[in-house]
Each structure stands twice: as C-alpha cells, then as structure tokens.
Design a protein around this ligand. Sequence first.
Ligand code: ASP
Length: 425
Amino acid sequence: MNPGDRIRVTTETQTFEGILLPRSELEDEDHITIKLDNGYNIGLRGGRTEVLGEEEHLQVFPEIELEKKEGLPEISMIATGGTIASRLDYRTGGVHMLMEPREIFFTTPELAELVSLKKVVSPFRVGSESMTFKEYPIIAELAAKELNEGVAGVVVTHGTDTLHYTAAILSFMLQGLKKPVCLVGAQRSPDRGSFDGAMNLICSAITAGFSDIGEVVIVMHGETSDTYCSVLRGTKVRKMHTTRRDAFQPINGRELGRVWPSGSIEYLSDYRAREDTDVHADTALQEKVALLKAHPNCNPELLNYLVDNHYKGVLIEATALGHLPTDTVNPEYSWISAIKRAREEGVAIAFATQCLYGRVNPYVYTNGRIMFNLGVLYAEDMLPEVAFLKLAWVLGHTENEEEIRRMMLHNYAGEITMRSLLERW
Ligand code: ASP
C-alpha cells in the first residue's frame, strides 16, 4: 500500500473505506490513518486491508472548457493561492497549492454552469501571509484589463489571512470602478467535509456576474452553515476568527448584501451601483511604510528605527481614541520626542484605533491634543490595515503635506463613515 491508495480496512466489527494517508511523525507503526469519503480522518489499529485503487486516480480533475455561453454573464477569475486553491497532498498529508488554475473546477464544477467563465489567470501562487507590495499592482492591472475588455465582473481567489488587506488596496487602486470585483477564499481546505470554498466561489461568481454592486467586495460565508454568503465592502471588513467559516465580519459598517447559492441576491445597505464604464488601475505605492501597534511598555526607539531607515510613513494602531504614551513614569518611554523628530524629518504619521470599532478623536484628552498638534493625522474610523495601505498608496502619489492630509481624509471607497453606527459593533 502507498499513501494515496484507496483501501478497505475490515476490523472485527466494522469495514472502512478511504484514502490511505501518510504516517505522521506522531503515529506509531501499529496504526494507519485513512481519509473517509465524508472528509474526516480515522486512525485504525489492525484489521485486514485491501487496496482498491492506485494512487494515480487522485490526480484526475475535470477538464472544463472555457467557452462563451449564450445568456450567461461573462466573468474572469484571478487565482492567487491560499486554501481555496489547494488540495490535500496525499504523499505528505498537508495541503498544497493547485498547480493549474483550472483545477479550481475540481472542487466547484458548478461554476461552469453558472456563469460564462472567460478566463482563469494565475499570475502567482502564494499564501496570503506572504503577499508583498509587488503583487497588489499585478492583481489591480489584471482586474482592470478584464473589466475594460467587457466582463461583467472579476473573482479573485486568495488566501484568507490577508484577504482584507488586498480588498482594501484594490479599493484604492481601482479608480473609477463600477463593476464588482469579488475577493473570495476558504477557511477550510477541500479535503474536509466542512470545506467552504465551493459555496464561497459560487456566491462570488453570482455576485460578479449578476449583482448590481460596483465595488471591491469580499464574498464569504455569512454564518457557519451553508446558507448564504455576505457581500462585504472591501474597506470595512476584517478577518475576525482563525477558523470559523463566517470569520469575515463588517466593521463600522453593514453587509452590502447577501447572496444565496441558489442565485438570489438581497441588498442590505447603500452601495455604488454597477455601470459599464472603464476603470483605471492607479497602482503607485510607497514601499517604506510601516504599521506599528501601541502597547504598554512600547518603546519609542521603534519609531526612531523606522525614521533612521528612511520610512516615509507610519500608521500607528494607537490605543482607543488615538493615544500613545506621553506621561510615562520613565520619560524615555514617552513618544513625544520620537513623534516630533519623525514629523520634522517629513515622515507622515497617522493613527487608527486598535479598538477597531469606533473612531479616533484627538480632542478628548490632552495626550491626543499633543499628538494632533505635532501633526499626527487622525484616521477617523478607518481600520488600521485599511489606513496603513491607504497611507502607502497616498505616499505613492505625493510627498506634499497638505495633499497627504487631503487624500488620507478623502473618502475614496467607503473607508470612512462620518456617522458611527449604533445598531451593530
Ligand atoms: N494561510 C492561508 C492564506 O491566507 C490561509 C487561507 O487561505 O485561508 O493564504
């Protein structure tokens, strides 16, 4: 028997069929693990084993022709990596990235019936934790090209860890966007019974092909069961749980809508409506921008390090309303001089709140007023990740103080809400 073979194991009381998995380093020689057809694994000790099929059959996936289907909206897909584009590797027992973008049909063949898939492109394949500023412009340019060539919408498959960062930067880069760009991922891998990627993909294809929303959105499970997906504004959403299928939640905003795999769409709040106009990928980004988090005992030498290393902007996840240590018992821990020096050297400093919900406000405490007077920009109710990427994008366009402030506080893609919502937080 080889890992990957389909086997049957008959014990004294029961019979099990499934795929033989490789032994993990924790397993002893008396046990084997098989993956049952329902996606769960079982460890068995002893029993009579028979090989039912060889390893090869695992590599087969349906070849689907990308052909134009009359009567169905045309969409394109950009596949970038992550769990949604992975398969269990039966030789190692871990999940690995798909080698061929079309392998996506292995988990979701329904896609071929739902929309007319014009193109599946995969410019790179990385886990989303490994994304850099080099990849964002590539996605933005590909999406703009496809949209300008006339597709109804674009689906971007992506790892979930930093899905909301990519959604935010695309919201800024895709200037003039009036068609749906749907980012989608999976919290559970395709070998598991609880795989969520197929339904997420189906709902994102429906959103891209049929919805009236002309924005960058994340489309992921709206609750833990397979009922509907939430459509979430790309600048007001965050991964809030490591494993739950409804990990993506709106922050300081509401769901734009809900989409059911049956095809129905419910609109729940205001959105920019679809129009058939061209979009421009405005991809200039400043690389030397950092995201810092304030915490008790945080040392201002962190900021000095960034200034010494020629950083042009720093987004600080300040505490609550937007505070940093100023009245410390040990003066070396006060951030006043470091902020002052950074500002004198022309480094843009912006604060967003580490509370995530609510907005920063410099006027409540003296501490905030000091920072404000030193020229710190208070980023309203923007999420720290969103404000960080916006700062990088703004600094890619200008180094002028006034212009930085104007652009940072300009609402490009619904990233700032001027009225705080009371009904949900
Ligand atoms: N670490 C993976 C990633 O973000 C997890 C996932 O895809 O859900 O790429």
